[in-house]
Design a protein around this ligand. Structure first.
Ligand code: PGA
Length: 252
């Protein structure tokens, strides 16, 4: 369907894991990327907010980029405990994950909230990684495609044309479970997402990376990334150890 090449992105999502001592792992990834080159793909680690600035100091000479895992829609203000996209950018982030299913579930984030956060990311010059994905119940009921289409339509703001953004398809039931969809199911979802992006954003939609996320690991990364319209991965558990994460980067 798409003729335009899309540059692969491998993004790690550390979730609520990692202390200052874990910066060793970030450094190991950065050094390996600097040595091996990152021409084939973009590589990012989305870290807990307190680790972004110290990680940025250690990765300045590497093509490894950093990201946050959520942002508030507003630039600043009376929002105790929240972090704005501007703060993440200031700390050294290039990306921010928005609408992860754990935020949707734990914090009741709606598609509208997520769209506003995406606007915040654009305003701050960050590239949002916009997450969509169905639950196990929704897939069993045969609604996976329509659920994801609905999330996609409402989580990406209208003015995203020409703005850098990434979509991550993460079936909720595959996250942290060791389960993955079949290649056919991944292909069906990713080609549907591509079709919707092209309908809405034209060439820009054709060039937008669509990542797969959910139990991606060194053993299955190459196969999943070989599926139609899969342009990389959003990697949780397997991004915590430099060795595993680098194995996935090398499989890209
Ligand atoms: P997982 O998490 O790789 O541990 O399944 C992926 C994610 O939640 O982004």
């Amino acid at each position: 369907m798409v003729t335009q090449p899309v540059k692969t992105l491998i993004a790690g999502n550390w979730k609520m894991n990692g202390l200052a001592a874990s910066l060793d792992q970030v450094e190991a990834v950065a050094n390996a990327i600097a040595e091996e080159g990152a021409d084939r793909c973009n590589v990012a680690l989305c870290l807990p907010a307190p680790l972004i600035a110290p990680a940025a100091a250690k990765t300045a000479s590497s093509a490894l980029t950093l990201g946050g895992q959520d942002c508030h829609a507003a630039q600043s203000g009376a929002h105790t405990g929240d972090t704005s996209a501007e703060m993440l950018a200031d700390a050294g982030a290039t990306y921010v994950i928005v609408g992860h299913s754990e935020r949707r579930a734990d914090h009741g984030e709606t598609d509208g909230d997520i769209s506003a956060k995406v606007e915040g990311a654009f305003r701050a010059g960050l590239t949002p990684i916009i997450c969509v994905g169905e639950t196990e119940t929704e897939r069993r009921a045969g609604h996976a495609i329509e659920v994801v289409e609905g999330q996609l339509a409402a989580s990406i703001p209208g003015d995203a044309t020409g703005r850098a953004f990434v979509v991550a398809y993460e079936p909720v039931w595959a996250i942290g479970t060791g389960l993955t969809p079949t290649n056919d199911d991944i292909a069906e979802m990713h080609t549907t997402i591509r079709r919707r992006l092209v309908e809405r954003f034209g060439d820009h939609g054709a060039a937008t990376p669509i990542l797969y996320g959910g139990s991606m690991k060194p053993a299955n990364a190459a196969e999943i990334m070989g599926v139609d319209e899969v342009n990389g991965g959003l990697v949780g558990g397997a991004s915590l150890k430099a060795e595993d994460f680098l194995a996935i980067v090398r499989a890209a």
